[in-house]
Design a binder for this molecule. Structure first.
Ligand code: FUB
Ligand code: ZN
Length: 586
């Protein structure tokens, strides 16, 4: 099925009004799979876990009993709704579009867990954990997508009522508490731009300042820290306020957050979140491979934040980071089957045996614990089901990252994947097989008077922005295998090397190297990848700790011949296996 992905509704007006139809071998099939399969599967799984019933039971006369699902499961439905709207699966969303307004209170408050009758918890009792604004923010983002795709007003009216209620209830001289999970502020800023209602933007700014003040920070001092998804949603809110107000302090803050993200906190795959404790970005350079936190939602949030950085200052480094994310951590989140997902994305799996913690059984942990939390496979369901629908809305909007118009109306192609790009007087065809191959051909069938065509040369290819392409033309990007090195400050991985082909990080799966422990693999990066690997023979291992030189450091390794590598994003699709992508040097 061919789908036309309309970017007319994107928040940034400089991106309007382009229509981008992907025709590449990487993302176009993923978007089709999302639209034709994953969205249906997610809806079924939400149904079977009672998550849609949370809304149905609030419709008059529903007769449904106890609410099921976690207290923030509304947000999962909203993210799914947003994805389905962008994917133009309007046949799927009809019931939800009717149910959501029915669940709203007359004063605009909307949440299916709180304040819904006898026995339910009262609203706003504990904003630090309640996710009440967080869910409202996702409602607003879903409503924006639905309105922009369909032009219909029901959902956006409900979202505006919720936003009005929030502005009436919280703020200076009112209730000054704020939600413990950012999301509402970025949604309010988007809603402000969409509706022209400045009040929402002021509220977004107040929320951010209040959140920061509560922990002794301000936009002048905050840096990327703590819970990865919260930190990145907050960063997006700050970037939105920076762009909408044009204020220098907010711009500087956004740029500081971005620099920290790319210079200190991102895995080679773009994943963010080195520390399981608090689901946190951890300390600078804290990025363990074997116990990475790396939540898929954080990869989505990072992509969205980087886009906002680009919209703010057209910094080409933001596009480089988006490209890394879109060809590594983001697609890694979803299995080849389109119906299994990583919540936490492992960056190394050293063994696949299940592990028990017999002492922890009172807390409900058992043999499944390791499989669940450090999984060598994607799962088909999570009680905290934030990642699958978040990945869905990311997949549904990838086309919106491919190109935009700059403020002069020039067409800027950011990701040179095969696509048809039209709108604002432009009709352009990009062909080739990027990122598998580097040849990119661009044919301009129509352009506006004075309109220029710009194509990005990625940083990895030695570029630092967009180059002018005279009318139709071609670009040859040096897509080839290349070894990269990890900075010495990354604990446990400093000095290791990894393989990239263009923007795509490659890994080795144990399933391809029977009998070899991947921890024994070492690499000579002076050699081409095919012959660069050698391995220590298992029988030649020394004691756990031993005096040097016993055994000699590298003399005991042997070449292992051709070692197959596969793209990191594609790992864990052939059964349980170990996996590694960073290697010590021979
Ligand atoms: O709290 C809601 C979501 O659940 C967060 O964004 C994720 O990190 C997960 O903890
Ligand atoms: Zn998540």
């Amino acid at each position: 099925m061919t789908r036309v992905w309309d970017t007319a509704g994107m928040v940034d007006s400089t991106r309007m009004p382009l229509t981008i139809e992907l025709a590449d071998a990487f993302w176009a099939p993923r978007q089709s799979q999302l639209a034709d399969h994953t969205l249906d599967v997610l809806l079924e799984r939400f149904e079977s876990h009672g998550i849609i019933d949370s809304f149905r039971r609030l419709a008059p006369g529903s007769g449904l009993g106890e609410r099921r699902g976690l207290w923030f499961s509304d947000s999962d439905v909203y993210k799914w709704l947003e994805a389905a709207a962008w994917a133009k699966r309007l046949d799927l969303v009809g019931e939800m579009v009717e149910l959501v307004p029915l669940a709203a209170h007359p004063d605009g408050y909307l949440h299916t867990f709180y304040d819904v009758g006898p026995g339910s918890q009262p609203r706003y009792r504990d904003l630090t954990t309640s996710h009440e604004w967080y869910c409202g923010g996702h409602l607003a983002e879903a409503a924006l997508a639905h309105n922009q795709v369909t032009g219909e007003g029901l959902l956006i009216d409900t979202a505006c009522n919720w936003a009005d209620h929030l502005c009436d209830t919280f703020g200076p001289g009112k209730d000054t508490r704020v939600d413990g999970h950012p999301e509402a502020e970025l949604a309010l800023a988007r809603l402000a731009e969409h509706t022209g209602n400045e009040r929402y933007l002021e509220q977004a700014r107040w929320i951010i300042e209040q959140q920061l003040a509560a922990v002794g920070l301000s936009v002048d001092s905050v840096d990327l820290a703590g819970h990865a998804v919260k930190a990145l949603y907050l960063a997006s809110g700050i970037a939105e306020v920076a762009r909408c107000t044009g204020e220098d302090r907010w711009r500087t803050c956004t740029e500081r957050l971005f620099s920290t993200l790319v210079d200190q906190r991102s895995y080679p795959t773009g994943a963010v979140g080195g520390r399981w404790l608090d689901e946190s970005v951890g300390k600078p350079f804290e990025m363990p491979d074997a116990m990475s936190y790396a939540e898929s939602c954080a990869a989505v949030a990072s992509t969205q934040f980087c886009r906002r950085v680009f919209d703010l200052n057209r910094d080409h480094r933001a596009l480089d980071q988006i490209e890394v994310l879109l060809f590594n951590a983001v697609p890694c989140g979803v299995g080849a089957d389109g119906e299994s997902w990583f919540y936490s994305q492992p960056h190394a799996v050293t063994e696949i045996a299940p592990e028990t913690n017999p002492w922890a059984t009172p807390f409900g942990y058992g043999p499944q614990m390791l499989l669940d939390w450090f999984p060598p496979r994607r799962h088909r369901w999570f009680d905290v089901c934030c990642c699958p629908p978040n990945l869905a809305r990311m997949f549904a909007t990838v086309d919106q990252y491919v190109a935009d118009l700059d403020h002069l109306g020039n067409l800027a192609i950011h990701l040179p994947v095969a696509a048809r790009i039209g709108g604002a007087g432009w009709d352009v065809e990009v062909s080739g097989n990027y990122p598998a191959q580097g040849r990119v051909e661009v044919r301009v069938d129509a352009s506006p008077p004075q309109g220029q065509l710009l194509v990005r040369t990625p940083g990895w290819a030695g570029g630092n922005g967009h180059v002018l392409l005279a009318d139709s033309g071609a670009l040859d990007l040096p897509v080839c295998d290349r070894w990269w090195e990890t900075d010495a400050r990354v604990e446990g991985a400093g000095g290791t090397v990894f393989l990239r082909r263009g923007p795509v990080v490659h890994c080795v799966e144990g399933i391809d190297l029977p009998g070899i422990d991947l921890r024994d693999l070492v690499v000579d990066p002076a050699r081409p990848p095919g012959s660069a690997f050698s391995a220590r023979a298992a029988g030649r291992r020394g004691k756990l700790h031993r005096p040097l030189p016993d055994p000699p450091a590298s003399a005991d390794t042997e070449p292992v011949g051709e070692v197959p590598t596969i793209p990191y994003h594609a790992w864990a699709n052939r059964g349980l296996t170990t996996m590694r992508y960073r290697f010590r040097r021979a």
